[in-house]
Design a protein around this ligand. Structure first.
Ligand code: F6P
Length: 546
């Protein structure tokens, strides 16, 4: 047994699971009129309702014991203190410093990082204001109309999600788009309608070595130079966002046009840094700082609230309850908000790259499941795609439902219809429909005789499917910051309890290395024998038909 699975709270939860797994939430609601009040929390206008979970008061108490016994409090303090908790890379993990609106000093290696954070924020403000006002001119004197962010993973997903989410706040002249895939279709289709004289490329890469980003960046530069045959024009149309000044200079971007961040910012936690430049270009620096403020509010909540009132801690513990005791393997993120269309994809990276680990912090194999498979898409679309399996398969898929009480628009009853679905789905998942209820309904419709039993069986919903609901006033920059930070700290909570390093991503390395070898083998038409038979076969067939 590992350190975690031998904890008394883990043992008690294993036993407790046996006792309560048969309970139905319908009954738990019927028995306790206070269940909603008991199992919901507020953070300003955000309501977090976790009452539709397969928990009792005792479950929560045991989960809180687990958090305490696993040393969560000390681990939270270590992160905020700037300790090098990313042990494999010997780095601090300080995305919280990027949004530390209190300016409280935060030290890395004895040096307060806040002056650097504030300096880059000021640089961002100056630059974004000049682009947005039209003061920043392209090489032929025209204002910028299009921003193309070239980046991948954390240098793409976070900003892309936030730009989409905050599009009601976007500058009317500036269109911001994202190119990430090395598949040339991505770049070419995005370049097609662009005017190089009014386009600004942001080359976003923490390392400035990522194959996809550097390939796209080189091709974008080539495209630009074939249209505008003037090397000096690059300075007006290309900026770099990176921690690697040397590589930026090598690429040919003047380091005066470079925006810096630091190795203590993990890629998937970097939208708060200058990786968020496309967000600030789109919505302005005041809104970007409101986004930071929304996240900072959660940082303070996470750092100071007792675990029983701490939303990310509760979110994390519920995830552990299902992953490790119910054997749930996946988790659905279901925003009833078209503007949050990219949220599931962003959280997929944050969660799966952080907690998809099989050794603990000491390098020992874990004997418990870690990060879940994250998927999702906006409601109501998902209802007509994959909800069937959530409702009626044997799989247990915990869900998060998110919605704003106020829309940015007002078109007939659209928003009310959306919200009614946001409210109905968790209810349906929780309640289900018994065989007798289904049969009664069919009989009321006049159905009798043969086929009634089979039809009633097909229309039976087991229910007892857990979900959380997040309801907030409006999707403002501040609310968006709050939501993302809640998930980041949920993921932190889980990684801390699982005793894994949530801040490296060694698992993406092997494929990258093999692709480099294979790329060199694709340079000629010679047959290849160096790999396993399958890989050789695929390479050789590709060479034959390309
Ligand atoms: O997928 C691996 C990864 O290192 C991510 O963690 C990161 O967000 C992405 O690649 C992009 O890295 P970079 O910003 O250095 O180009």
């Amino acid at each position: 047994m590992t350190q975690l699975s031998s904890l008394p709270a883990w043992q008690s939860l294993t036993q407790h699971y046996r006792e309560i797994s048969g309970l139905h939430m319908r009954d738990l609601f019927a028995e306790d009129p206070q269940r909603f009040e008991r199992f919901s929390l507020r953070l300003d206008d955000l309501l977090f309702d976790y009452s539709k979970n397969r928990i009792t008061v005792q479950t929560v108490s045991l989960l809180l014991d687990l958090a305490r016994q696993a040393g969560l409090k000390e681990k939270i303090a270590a992160m905020f203190r700037g300790d090098k908790i990313n042990v494999t890379e010997n780095r601090a993990v300080l995305h919280v410093a990027l949004r530390n609106r209190s300016n409280r000093p935060i030290y890395v290696d004895g040096r307060d990082v806040m002056p650097d954070v504030n300096r880059v924020l000021a640089q961002m403000r100056k630059f974004t204001e000049s682009v947005r006002s039209g003061e920043w001119r392209g090489c032929t004197g025209k204002a910028i109309t299009d921003v193309v962010n070239i980046g991948i993973g954390g240098s793409d997903l976070g900003p892309k999600m936030a730009v989409k989410a905050l599009s009601p706040y976007a500058h009317p002249r500036l269109r911001v788009r994202f190119v990430s895939n090395v598949d040339e279709a991505d770049l070419l289709n995005n370049l097609r309608d662009l005017d190089p004289e009014t386009t600004l490329f942001c080359i976003s890469s923490k390392t400035f070595t990522t194959q996809e980003t550097m390939t796209n960046a080189r091709s974008a530069r080539e495209w630009f130079l074939t249209k505008i045959d003037d090397q000096s024009a690059i300075a007006k149309h290309f900026v770099a966002i990176s921690t690697n000044a040397e590589r930026v200079a090598e690429f040919g971007i003047d380091t005066a046009n470079m925006f810096e961040f630091w190795d203590w910012v993990g890629g998937r936690y970097s939208l708060w840094s200058v990786i968020g430049l496309p967000i600030a270009l789109a919505v302005g620096m005041d809104a970007f700082e409101a986004l930071l403020a929304g996240a900072h509010k959660v940082d303070e909540h996470f750092r100071t609230q007792p675990f029983e009132r701490n939303i990310p801690v509760i979110m994390g513990l519920l995830g552990i309850w299902y992953a490790n005791f119910f054997g749930a393997e996946s988790y659905a993120i279901l925003p009833y908000d078209q503007y949050l269309e990219e949220l599931p994809a962003h959280l997929q990276q944050v969660d799966m790259e952080s907690n998809g680990k099989m050794v603990d912090i000491e390098g020992k194999p874990v004997d418990y499941s870690t990060g879940p498979i994250i998927f999702g898409q906006p409601g109501t679309n998902g209802q007509h795609a994959f909800y069937q399996l959530i409702h009626q398969s044997r799989k247990l898929i915990p869900c998060d439902f998110l919605a704003a009480a106020q829309s940015h628009h007002s078109l007939g009853r659209h928003h009310e219809i959306l919200v009614s679905n946001f409210l109905a789905q968790p209810e349906a998942l929780m309640r289900g429909k018994t065989f007798d209820e289904a049969k009664d309904e069919l009989e009321a419709e006049g159905l009798t005789g043969k086929g009634l039993t089979e039809l009633a069986a097909a229309k039976t919903f087991p229910g007892n499917k857990p979900s959380n609901s997040f309801l907030y006033r409006k999707l403002t920059p501040e609310t968006l910051g709050t939501l993302i930070a809640l998930y980041e700290h949920k993921i932190f909570t889980q990684g801390a309890i699982w005793n894994i390093n949530s801040f490296d991503q060694m698992g993406v390395e092997l494929g990258k290395r093999l692709a480099r070898t294979i790329l060199s083998e694709l340079a000629d038409d010679d047959r290849v024998f160096a790999h396993d038979a399958s890989t050789n076969g695929l390479i050789n067939y590709y060479k034959e038909i390309r």
